[in-house]
Design a protein around this ligand. Structure first.
Ligand SMILES: *Cc1c(COP(=O)(O)O)cnc(C)c1O
Ligand code: SF4
Length: 340
């Protein structure tokens, strides 16, 4: 006899969608509550906090889950806990170190040949304290509505552009349905070959990698790559691994870009562990960026000579394909500058 009471698990995409949006909405939003969440509410570190109104605390719970509780030096906590140092202005640091201009076409940044940056979202799911875009007026430079149409027609009229890079803010802040609309419009531009996402969202909310998203990207006529922004091996926990595995049988290329950050990943062991863990998850290291000198981030700076030495030592320990390119952005150049 058939047992009619058996519950068959049904795949419900809506559950997943609601779950990432809910996690985003419930993100921790003050330094004090962040300290409490990691068991440091009474720690002297609380006296060094500074909440900045222009760049508020924002940390989703899945990211907090990866931190070691009770450790004020945790490399993940350090990336997101605001500190009094952010209010000090050091020489050589400015509000807009890359001299990114308001573009003629809002939402589009065409600095390098053959590829353009299209900015779909003004915010990120996390506010990283070292971020070079903390002072950037995103709200005015977003490709939405009529501005998106303008940006798309610029791309359509520029046959030299073969790759569109969705950046931000974080492009995955946009809902799947809206993202799919934009992808469809890009697919209609015949000279485009590649579509790239630069995102940190899956690192802080792995649930953002919905099955619908993976399927849509996998069925695009464009060659798609996802450049994740992972800075430390501890950011790749079993939950993120599980979600990254959804890409395993897809045609999508997974790459990673990190920023070299003092007290976070500025050691040989830490960089080696990161590269190895990335590869275990089918992600290849791409760039290791030197910090952009933005006001408020000076306490993360790693000296260039130290950085070069780290890369040289890393080359001795790892196969070439697991050593990221050490790069820096310099205003007015035709590409990023590779240093080692
Ligand atoms: C980094 C960047 C790119 C992409 O450069 P790649 O070397 O291809 O990764 C494109 N446009 C802008 C404005 C950038 O900052
Ligand atoms: S995810 Fe990237 S762009 Fe967003 S705050 Fe962090 S470093 Fe900045």
């Amino acid at each position: 006899m058939k047992n009619t009471s058996t519950i068959i698990p049904v795949y419900q995409p809506d559950c997943q969608v609601n779950s990432w949006k809910k996690l985003l909405k419930e993100a921790v939003s003050t330094p004090a509550s962040l300290l409490e969440a990691v068991g440091l509410a009474e720690h002297p570190i609380r006296l060094q906090l500074a909440e900045l109104s222009e760049f508020k605390t924002r940390v989703p719970q899945p990211y907090i889950d990866k931190m070691t509780k009770g450790n004020p030096d945790d490399p993940l906590l350090r990336q997101v806990l605001s500190h009094q140092n952010e209010t000090i202005t050091f020489s050589g640091y400015s509000k807009n170190p890359l001299k990114e201009e308001h573009n003629a076409i809002p939402g589009l940044l065409h600095k390098y040949k053959g590829r353009v940056l299209l900015i779909l979202a003004s915010a990120c799911a996390v506010n990283c304290r070292y971020c070079f875009r903390r002072h950037f007026p995103y709200q005015d430079s977003l490709a939405s509505g009529a501005q998106l149409e303008n940006a798309l027609s610029y791309i359509a009229k520029s046959p030299s552009i073969s790759e569109v890079i969705l950046s931000g803010g974080d492009p995955l802040m946009v809902s799947d349905s809206r993202l799919f609309e934009v992808i469809a419009k890009l697919e209609d531009i015949p000279h485009l070959k590649r579509l790239r996402f630069h995102t940190r969202l899956p690192v802080v909310i792995p649930q953002r990698i919905t099955q619908a998203l993976v399927d849509r990207l996998n069925h695009s006529r464009l060659k798609i790559s996802l450049v994740l922004h992972i800075n430390h091996a501890n950011e790749i926990d079993s939950l993120l691994s599980e979600y990254l595995a959804l890409f395993a049988s897809s045609k999508i290329t997974l790459l990673n870009q990190s920023v070299l950050l003092k007290g976070v990943n500025d050691s040989l062991d830490s960089l080696q562990e990161l590269s190895e863990k990335l590869f275990e998850n089918k992600v290849l290291p791409y760039y290791l960026h030197l910090l952009d000198k933005v006001i408020g981030a000076a306490h993360f700076e790693v000296n260039t000579n130290v950085a070069v030495k780290l890369i040289e030592e890393l080359q001795k320990r790892l196969p070439g394909y697991l050593v990221p390119k050490l790069a820096r952005e310099e205003p007015g150049r035709a590409s990023k500058t590779v240093i080692a």
